[in-house]
Design a protein around this ligand. Structure first.
Ligand code: NAD
Length: 484
């Protein structure tokens, strides 16, 4: 099998296998064929990985930031050199079109390695004068062993978004990719070692939720960073709390995108396409509740349908294809179930709605109009190519409706009224907001959610605070005064 890795896990700088672990079949979503067979980590593998990360941590943290950063930047260069091969792997792991994976996966991972590699040398504490010559200084310290747990939609990116800041701060990591897309994180581990990362600094083990759970509860682990759904987030956060561990939770969403009648319709339609159909709709920050002001609703829907006719659906390895399959049969069936609910609850299906008659897990890009706030498709995260269009009349009304959700990952507004745009964004209950664009996630900017969508932020300088802590040192230059 062309994509079969040398072994299932990568621990202490080497590929490691334990065939006693439950089988994991990796399926190419475009054809349904099995492209690799792996094994879930046994308790012995989990033990080996945590020991390796624990043993490597002190020496890694003792390197200068410049040295750690150099290794991360070298890894970034290697990833960019191999972008095409890594993208081919990512396309087979996820089904996402090569047109997307060549620009949004290994490249985004490389950005994170480069950015946090660049920051590594500047991670310091501060000096705080107290008067009378006394002072405090703070030391920025690594947390220790960090666990990363990934979702299946951006496997390379997630492996790097968690690994790069963790390693820059002097932590080591055990990363568990999603069981659905286990292949590319192994490549990230390989590349880091090739770039000079000492053994044990970045380990990858495979497994289902039970393996993730066993990592989260282990006393050697200081921090858990999860990308996944809200139900999993709840469990992981609770388990981490028991051990008072640090957490970052990047969870699901049902984000609003508001289109006012003064917006540039072409741009708004582009935003709605990016925010609903990129990666076949399997993006956490998607703006799946598209509120369109009533006066432009029909014009918006007409243009959206015309533009969707130009989506090129097919073999994701064809560079002209812009819309691929869903990641798995299971995920496709979940989305189909929501489409049926949408129809049953009275939403107007204006585009798509069917499975495509070919091998693999292809679903048509689907748009429902006349969706109302209480319909299931407007309340629950679908994580598939299903857009809900809702009407609104006034700014006040739409603001309240946009925020009426347990989620708070992202939110967007399209308008040419400058003051309204900022007023709307100020009112959004969401961690990541967009004005006249949608779904960008550059490494320089914080990314993450509010409310049930998450805790903490990835990317940007803020991520450093989630992978390090301050030690405070009081220094007296004077005699110690005691009451007796
Ligand atoms: P999921 O919650 O089913 O699984 C996520 C990961 O958690 C997997 O690796 C899984 O094996 C592991 N896991 C499951 N149960 C666990 C447990 N009890 N303890 C520890 N680990 C456990 O999510 P998914 O279906 O893989 O991914 C889709 C979800 O991820 C969507 O909700 C999506 O919105 C979200 N997501 C969020 C972001 C973000 O940055 N906010 C990015 C991508 C995806």
């Amino acid at each position: 099998m062309k994509f079969q890795p040398r072994a299932s896990h990568f621990i202490d700088g080497e590929y490691v296998e334990d065939t006693n672990g439950t089988a994991i079949e990796v399926i190419y979503p475009a054809t349904g064929e099995v492209i690799a067979r792996l094994h879930s980590a046994t308790p012995a593998i989990v033990e080996q990985a945590l020991n390796s990360a624990k043993n490597a941590q002190a020496a890694w943290a003792a390197l200068s930031g410049t040295e750690r950063g150099r290794i991360l930047r070298r890894a970034s260069d290697i990833m960019r050199e191999r972008n095409y091969d890594l993208s081919v792997l990512e396309t087979h792991d996820t089904g996402k079109p090569i047109q997307e994976t060549t620009v949004a996966d290994a490249t985004s991972g490389a950005d994170a390695l480069e950015y946090f590699g660049g920051l590594a040398a500047s991670l310091t504490g501060e000096h705080i004068p107290l008067g009378g010559g006394d002072f405090v200084y703070t030391i920025r310290e690594a947390l220790g062993v960090c666990v990363g747990i990934g979702a299946w939609n951006y496997p390379t990116q997630i492996a790097c978004w968690k690994g790069a800041p963790a390693l820059a701060c002097g932590n080591t990591m055990v990363f568990k990719p999603s069981e659905t897309t286990p292949l590319s994180a192994l490549k990230v581990a390989e590349i880091l070692v090739e770039a000079g990362a000492p053994k044990g600094v970045y380990n990858v083990i495979q497994g289902y939720g039970d393996v993730g759970a066993s990592l989260v509860t282990d006393p050697r682990v200081a921090k858990v960073s999860l990308t996944g759904s809200v139900p999993t987030g709840r469990k992981v956060y609770a388990a981490a709390a028991d051990g008072m561990k640090h957490v970052t939770m990047e969870l699901g969403g049902k984000s609003p995108m508001i289109v006012f009648d003064d917006a540039d319709i072409e741009n708004a339609v582009s935003g709605a396409i990016l925010g609903n159909f990129y990666s076949s709709g399997q993006v956490c920050s998607n703006g799946t509740r598209v509120f369109v002001q009533k006066s432009i609703k029909e014009a918006f829907l007409k243009r959206l349908s015309e533009r969707l006719d130009h989506a090129k659906i097919g073999d994701p390895m064809d560079e002209n294809v812009s819309f691929g399959p869903m990641v798995s049969e299971n995920q496709m069936n979940i989305a189909l179930g929501y489409i049926e609910k949408g129809k049953a609850e009275g939403a107007r299906l204006i585009y798509g709605g069917e499975r495509i008659d070919r091998d693999g897990y292809f679903l048509q890009p689907t748009v429902f109009a006349d969706v109302t706030d209480n319909m299931t498709i407007a309340r629950e995260e679908i994580f598939g190519p299903v857009m809900s269009v809702l009407d609104f009349e006034t700014e006040e009304e739409v603001m309240a409706r946009a925020n009426d959700t347990e989620f708070g990952l992202a939110a967007g507004v399209f308008t040419n009224d400058l003051t309204r745009a900022h007023r709307i964004v100020a009112g959004f209950e969401a961690g990541t907001c967009y004005i006249n664009t949608y779904n960008l996630a550059p490494v320089e900017a914080p990314f993450g959610g509010s409310k049930m969508s998450g805790v903490g932020r990835e990317n940007s300088k803020l991520a450093i605070n989630h992978f390090s802590e301050m030690k405070t040192v009081y220094v007296s230059m004077n005699d110690v005064e005691a009451p007796y």
